[in-house]
Design a protein around this ligand. Structure first.
Ligand code: ZN
Length: 485
């Protein structure tokens, strides 16, 4: 088995079931606005999801929503991130989780990130998490301490290698860590919580055999991947920042409960930096996606469209770090426009009676790049090489038959829209303008009907629009419209 590296060539990727692929990706903790750091894993695994489907696999893509148990310091101490936000804003914790889940969905939809097949919430899987914790206790790899349950890393390490994913060794880790101060409920410094007893003020709590409390953060992914993808599944993904300890703990939990590892391959995307620095609230370079789109942040000289951000992320390989700067984003904005113009030129090509170019070369090169560890930068540079050809074809300096032109146009559409998930937003914007104009015209007709007191026509127009999912609102200033749900 390969760890810490997906077989980087797809021909070496052998799914457990020939037709179906199970993919689990650690999703967001929903306590704040989605930011650049959320965009990269979402887009990386969107590409993997799209490409596996393109290759003909049925993919069950599970990406969780963390709405409980993620404590402030990422370990077992501090306040729950969502509870804290709820306390500060005087909201119900689930209100906070829902609000930021919606914000996350909106931002991802705008970047054309496909929604996963299943999006389970940690708080909706407490029973499964309690059951897996009990199994680990029964197998002797966890202990109960003051109502909390901890994973016994030292005991586990005697039977299974702890650190297999990150390449760390428990002995080395121990040597570099100060011993526990005696206040802790844990026996060893690397032991982690499977279940935490809730303090009096802790709102989100559930009954368990050990205490009223809540699951440890690492447990949700183990329990939910087991529930929806089974004892073993193909690919587990997430950001590189989750590799240790989160993913290491997930492996330990699944081995300790079932006796073997769950995920066959692991894929990690690298981090995003801003002008060479890590992004952080304290560094003043923390940029939410909404700020990115609007340009409303001191670090930004302008706003960038969701497609520019997507294109920018795809221009780097997912395992390389990616540095955001205005210059780099402006270059991506130009590049994306050049790509869209090239595709438009291909639509204008007039076919002739012979073909002077090798049209199969495009698909071949793209497949090679994607099969080689999802090399999207090579796919994009290949498209740019072809854009030159599209312009030559448009100018009549190269020629192509009608049949070849159709298949070339189809190839380009599949690569750009299906595999890379890029779409021409200008086109969408012009559709929106068109729709605005057409509905405006209808509403003017309705206004005329009202003026001549032809209520039957005015109501009929309103009702027909309603059937089409368009709600008309009448006010003193005239009628406006919006999409009804
Ligand atoms: Zn996870």
């Amino acid at each position: 088995m390969l760890y810490n590296s997906l077989s980087r060539k797809t021909e070496e990727f052998i799914p457990l079931n020939p037709q179906h692929v199970g993919l689990y990706v650690c999703g967001p903790t929903v306590y704040g606005d989605p930011h650049l750091g959320h965009a990269r894993p979402a887009i990386t695994f969107d590409i993997l999801f799209r490409y596996l489907k393109h290759k003909g696999y049925q993919v069950r893509y599970v990406r969780n929503i963390t709405d409980v148990g993620h404590l402030e310091n990422d370990a077992d101490e501090g306040e729950d991130k969502i509870t804290k936000k709820a306390r500060l804003e005087q909201l119900e914790p689930m209100e906070v989780a829902q609000y930021y889940t919606n914000r996350y969905h909106d931002a991802m939809d705008s970047m054309n990130v496909l929604r996963p097949s299943i999006e389970p919430h940690a708080s909706g899987h407490i029973i499964e998490q309690i059951a897996m914790t009990q199994q680990i206790i029964d197998n002797g790899y966890a202990y109960i301490s003051n109502g909390s349950v901890y994973f016994d890393v030292e005991k586990y390490n005697k039977d299974f290698p702890y650190g297999i994913l990150s390449g760390r060794k428990l002995d080395d880790l121990m040597a570099n860590t100060r011993t526990l101060d005696g206040q802790s409920d844990k026996r060893g410094p690397f032991d982690f919580a499977l279940w935490k007893k809730a303090q009096k003020e802790h709102i989100m709590r559930w009954p368990s055999p050990w205490s009223d409390g809540f699951p440890g953060w690492h447990m949700e992914c183990s329990a939910m991947s087991a529930k929806y993808l089974g004892e073993q599944f193909d690919i587990h993904g997430g950001g590189m920042d989750l590799l240790f300890p989160h993913h290491e703990c997930e492996i330990a939990q699944r081995c300790a409960s079932s006796g073997h590892r769950a995920a066959k391959y692991w894929v990690h995307n690298n981090m995003i930096t801003i002008e060479g620095q890590k992004m952080g609230k304290s560094l003043g370079n923390f940029i939410t996606l909404e700020q990115m789109f609007s340009g409303n942040h001191p670090k930004l000289t302008q706003g960038y469209s969701p497609m520019t951000i997507r294109f920018f992320i795809l221009q780097a390989h997912y395992r390389s770090t990616l540095d955001f700067s205005n210059e780099a984003l402006q270059a991506s904005e130009k590049g994306f426009t050049r790509l869209m113009n090239g595709i438009a030129a291909l639509q204008r090509v007039k076919p002739t009676d012979k073909t002077t170019i090798d049209i199969s070369a495009l698909d071949k090169k793209v497949a090679e790049a994607m099969d080689n560890d999802l090399n999207t930068p090579v796919v994009i540079s290949t498209l740019f090489e072809w854009i030159k050809t599209f312009h030559l074809l448009e100018e009549g300096k190269e020629s192509i038959t009608a049949e070849d032109l159709t298949s070339l146009q189809k190839s380009v559409a599949v690569i750009v829209e299906n595999i890379l998930g890029l779409k021409n937003q200008k086109q969408n914007e012009s559709h929106k303008e068109l729709l605005d104009g057409v509905i405006g015209m209808i509403l003017t007709e309705r206004q005329h009907a009202k003026e001549r007191k032809d209520w039957a026509t005015s109501d009929a127009i309103r009702d027909r629009l309603k059937e089409l999912g368009i709600a008309v609102k009448d006010s003193r200033e005239g009628a406006t419209w919006e999409f009804s749900n």
